[in-house]
Design a protein around this ligand. Sequence first.
Ligand code: 97T
Length: 232
Amino acid sequence: MLKIDIVSIFPEYLKPLELSLLGKAQEKGLISIKIHDLRKHTTDPHHSVDDTPYGGGAGMVMSAEPWGLTIDEISDNTTQFDLIILTPAGKKFDQQMAIEFSKKENLIFACGRYEGIDARVGKYYAGQKNFNVHEVSIGDYVLGGGEVATMVIVEATARLIPGVLGNPLSLKEESHTLTNKDGSLVEYPNYTKPALWRGLEVPEILLSGNHGEIAKWRIAQAERRTQELTEE
Ligand code: 97T
């Protein structure tokens, strides 16, 4: 079973993960998601989680020790853990990364706020023999913190685990029809009834019942769309 631990100063922000698809998956015992409040692991009276940056500059940096205490409490020295630190400076998340994460046993997500987390946190855990550390971004834009990025990654990852999806066939089909010969992800246009809607018809080929021709048409459409997306 995939165990997911998420650390944040806004634990209530992660509540949607307990609903719908992922809530059901937890009830079925396919995954477990635990949300941890970073502020519960502060040692000073003000429960501070940040401080001014060494070297000067704007904003605040999240202090290392609350992260260290929280991650030490979640982990042990023998089980394998993958620590995912959300940062706009990280490697861009994609479907391949979701596939790799879905094969792991224990994922810990560190949701930073402010100008980021003291860089020694990632360095420390990267030096632990039972940890892999991944700095990950979900795209080229700036968020208020790592919480929404974590939700994106958890949803994309969890739905790849057998049994989490309602229909186990749809994953297989996705991997066949959405991959062209270059391996890039594409999608063909879909239609359902009625065959005529506001003067717009469904492409005739889809009504033909000729499954070979339909498959060929869909691949051509998917390749055309991919081409359009990669043109300036
Ligand atoms: O902008 C961020 C701030 C904190 C943590 C993550 C992010 C981010 O992740 N992907 C894009 C931006």
